[in-house]
Design a protein around this ligand. Structure first.
Ligand SMILES: [Zn+2]
Length: 471
């Protein structure tokens, strides 16, 4: 049974300063409910919306980056529906003259590259936020916070072209990377990206799962829903066309209502806003488009001589890519890439942190300094890891950590001297070695390690002792 998935992704343009149609700040996270509000975003009678030009520019930027056909003529419409998160009784959205048509996002699946085509992208205002005590289906009341009401939102609608929950997740990951490159979106903020997923199994009706708030949630909700629909069809029952809610706590979807039709929304042009003639804005924004992940990956390979594997990982996160370039200013880029991708990234993941944290705790200049010591053979690999961990967990200056923890590597000449001394002092082990007892070599290496308190490289030390003995 074939599966068809289409997504409607709601993206907050949450790096802007003010709301879509009023001057209220959108930096409300962590603030008291209903403190970032005014007559416009509370939907008071007679309050007039004023379009935020920066939001339109940000929307155009996203649409261009997603290869969509940005429209020079846009109209805002009223989408009428009755729900407590919407004080006006309608949401200002776009209907037949949206921001953009078409576009695509390329994902890498196991079978190779796949283009996820987009149907349309439109701008709208975010509704307020409802909080239920317990679950949406059992709560006896809900609380409303209008701080979110009027936050600039993009709705990105894909064609129904995804074949599995995994493809949906890959698409959302890639979309998030692109949005963060454009500097219009912070995916770490609560509610930054919310997804409605449409899914149907061959022979059944289309089901919409509303308002899933995490990437993992999308994959889980779809997986559950596909199994549910397949089971119904196998039992000879029909899959009803309806809207369902994903219960994140129990990992199941539950029926909310039968699906509303578009005509239920009674769209009509918003009489308080004039249409947008965007031709000049589009040209202006085109000039400001930054380098996108694919271009950066290509440049990293050419400019720094990185392998494609390293370049690919580095560009997955704009902050990691920038961090790398800052370190590579003064350190061999290949060395920088491997330490950042293989070690630092892992240490950050382990602490559930990202490169914002690295910028705070282990600045690129400090990382460069540390890797310089390593390049010059003044600190061992183990020592570098130790400094990275100390910097992330405790802090301090790189040189001082190395000194305090005794991490400076011992120069090769000194190691050679120590090896000769150990060979002199341990005649019994040397005789054993000549007699063919291989573990005698390990014993001698152990003596050097002991004398250096583990600061010598065991492999190197073994080589040196062997060369002395075999002379
Ligand atoms: Zn307001």
């Amino acid at each position: 049974m074939d599966v068809i998935i289409g997504l409607e992704v709601h993206v907050q343009l949450n790096k802007l300063k003010t709301k879509m149609f009023c001057p209220c700040s959108i930096n409300y996270h962590g603030d008291e409910p209903n403190t970032h509000v005014c007559p416009v975003c509370l939907g008071m009678p007679g309050a007039m919306p004023v379009l935020n030009k920066e939001a339109v520019k940000a929307g155009i930027k996203v649409a261009l980056a997603l290869n969509a056909d940005v429209q020079p003529f846009m109209v805002f419409d009223r989408k009428n529906y009755f729900y407590p998160d919407l004080p006006k009784g309608f949401q200002i959205s776009q209907y037949d003259h949206p921001l953009a048509w078409g576009g695509y996002v390329t994902i890498e699946t196991e079978e190779g590259e796949k283009k996820i085509t987009l149907r349309r992208i439109h701008m709208e205002e975010d509704p307020g936020k409802l909080t239920y005590k317990g679950s949406i289906t059992t709560a006896s009341y809900s609380l409303i916070d209008y701080n979110r009401s009027g936050v600039p939102l993009l709705e990105i609608v894909t064609e129904p072209v995804m074949k599995s929950p995994k493809e949906a997740r890959l698409f959302l990951n890639k979309l998030r990377i692109i949005l963060e490159y454009l500097d219009v979106f912070d995916g770490n903020l609560e509610g930054a990206m919310r997804v409605d997923a449409n899914v149907s199994v061959e022979g059944g009706g289309r089901v919409e799962i509303k308002n899933i708030s995490s990437f993992k949630g999308v994959e889980k909700a779809l997986t559950y829903e596909i199994t549910r629909q397949k089971n119904l069809i196998r039992m000879g029952r029909t899959v009803k066309r309806e809207t369902r809610h994903f219960d994140e706590a129990n990992n199941i979807t539950v029926s909310l209502r039968s699906k509303e039709e578009e005509q239920d929304y009674r769209y009509f042009p918003e009489p308080d806003l004039v249409p947008v003639y965007a031709e000049e804005l589009i040209e202006e924004v085109k000039q400001t488009l930054p380098e996108m992940p694919e271009e950066k990956r290509e440049r990293f390979r050419k400019q720094y001589g990185l392998s494609d594997a390293f370049a690919k990982v580095l560009v997955m996160d704009i902050k990691m890519a920038n961090y790398f370039e800052d370190v590579a200013k003064t350190v061999n880029p290949k060395l920088a890439a491997s330490w950042i991708v293989d070690v630092l990234r892992g240490e950050l993941n382990y602490r559930s942190k990202d490169f914002t944290f690295a910028y705070e705790k282990l600045k690129p200049e400090e990382m460069s300094k540390l890797l310089k010591y390593f390049e010059n053979g003044e600190i061992t690999e183990k020592g570098v890891v130790e400094v990275i961990r100390t910097k992330l967990d405790i802090g301090g200056r790189v040189e001082e950590i190395i000194k305090e923890k005794g991490l400076f590597a011992i120069p090769t000449k000194e190691i050679e001297k120590l090896c000769r001394e150990v060979v002199e002092k341990n005649r019994k082990a040397v005789e054993d070695y000549y007699a063919g007892k291989k573990q005698a070599l390990n014993y001698l290496v152990g003596q050097v390690m002991k004398a250096t308190r583990g600061r010598a490289d065991p492999g190197e030390t073994a080589k040196i002792i062997k060369s002395i003995l075999d002379k």
